[in-house]
Design a binder for this molecule. Structure first.
Ligand SMILES: *[C@@H]1O[C@H](CO)[C@@H](O)[C@H](O)[C@H]1NC(C)=O
Ligand SMILES: *[C@@H]1O[C@H](CO)[C@@H](O)[C@H](O)[C@H]1NC(C)=O
Ligand SMILES: [Ca+2]
Ligand SMILES: [Ca+2]
Length: 369
């Protein structure tokens, strides 16, 4: 296992299509005016020092994209097998920002992007969703094959920590834990029995592609993800506006207190939250920022053309995949990445205790049995 990349680690699918469309339209129309931001963003942060996010962990090495595709194809065409989706209307939006908070992440320039309509999972893929997939296919995640995964030390008992001698020098809070995987997020003695409605963790990009393909879906492009994040609002920091906590309320699962030593969990969650916790954004999407980082289909690059693009899919090749949204570990002081324009990256075989995904689709998957 190589050191982490320092940049960072259900339910109503059977709803009739018409009902979903009506719901989506209502939600799209109804961004709560109370959530409309003050014109000024809250005070500017100390910029995160270069590469200090520590929001994720990587293994290095190339992807197993082809293998994931082959695997998924072997499972046959997917039907409505995973969580509910929301219809996202096509349109034009401003992707990125000309006021980057973390310029080295390639948050700028602001550029016009036109997207066709698509569908987006209403929430992050949950443990229950993922278990259904594994039950049906016997799929083995990369973390299970490698035999370990990166876990945030704040989630580990002293006993488990004492057995790990190799901290990751550049991000001491990431520990490679033997036997950590989606079923055992903090190692062999941990389980997900009381977290079936929380996001699945320790899934690589390749695992995410396998799941989405099985479900008859695909990963969103970065542009689709960011458009979804913005929930119909233009040029705002967060999915709900510019104020982090309108009326003092928490709208996302991030870190309160001093990172990484003192997690006060004022938002109610020290680690992950249920995938439908916190208010949805204008498109009806939950936890699109915070909770867990979400894989996208794009390769990572930090240079972007300022020209208007139509359904962009990112660079044609690369070594890392883009992840979006930040996680329960993100705090403004070191990882101000729970903004729609923010981005980070990991190799496609990386997995960690704060990294998950949701799927997108061009059409609703067949819900037939
Ligand atoms: C997966 O299979 C196990 C064993 O049969 C079962 O108990 C569990 O409910 C299944 N999970 C899902 C999400 O269907
Ligand atoms: C953590 O932060 C809270 C709020 O600032 C403070 O009351 C508490 O004493 C801190 N705990 C530690 C262990 O530093
Ligand atoms: Ca939290
Ligand atoms: Ca998220």
């Amino acid at each position: 296992v190589t050191p982490p990349n320092m940049a960072a680690p259900g339910g109503c699918g059977a709803l009739p299509r018409l009902l979903l469309l009506v719901l989506a339209l209502l939600l799209a129309a109804g961004a709560d005016p109370d959530l409309e931001p003050d014109s000024a963003p809250d005070s500017n942060p100390a910029p995160a020092p270069g590469g200090s996010c520590g929001c994720g962990a990587g293994r290095g090495g190339g992807g197993r994209e082809a293998a994931a595709r082959r695997y998924a194809a072997a499972q046959g065409s997917g039907s409505g097998r995973s969580g509910p989706m929301v219809a996202i209307p096509g349109g034009v939006f401003t992707m990125g920002t000309d006021e980057p908070e973390i310029w080295q992440d390639g948050e700028g320039p602001a550029r016009r992007v036109r997207l066709n309509g698509f569908y987006m999972d209403q929430h992050e893929v949950s443990n229950e969703d993922f278990e259904r997939f594994v039950n049906a296919t016997g799929y083995l995640t990369e973390a299970e094959k490698f035999g370990d995964s990166f876990v945030f030390e704040g989630m580990l008992s002293e006993e488990v920590k004492s057995e790990i001698h190799q901290a990751v020098a550049a991000a001491p809070w990431w520990l490679p834990v033997k036997g950590a995987n989606w079923k055992h997020p903090e190692g062999p003695d941990s389980n997900i029995f009381n977290r079936m409605d929380h996001p699945v963790l320790h899934v690589s990009w390749n695992d995410a592609v396998a799941f989405c393909t099985w479900a008859g879906k695909r990963l969103p492009t970065e542009a689709e993800w960011e458009y979804s994040c913005r929930g119909g609002l233009e040029n705002r920091l967060f999915p709900w506006g510019n104020k982090l906590q309108p009326k003092g309320q928490h709208y996302a699962n991030i870190w309160q207190g001093v990172f990484p030593s003192n997690n006060t969990a004022e938002d109610g969650y020290k680690g992950t939250a249920p995938v439908t916790a916190f208010p949805p954004n204008g498109y009806g999407l939950y936890n699109i920022v915070g909770n867990v980082w979400e894989w996208t289909s794009d390769w990572w690059a930090v240079q972007h053309s300022a020209e208007e693009a139509h359904n962009p899919t990112g660079p044609s090749s690369g070594t890392d995949k883009v992840k979006k949204g930040g996680s329960y570990m993100c705090h403004k002081s070191y990882c101000y990445r729970y903004r729609c324009a923010a981005r980070s990256q990991n190799t496609p075989d990386s997995s960690a205790s704060n990294l998950g995904f949701r799927c997108a689709a061009d059409a609703l998957p067949d819900t037939g049995g």
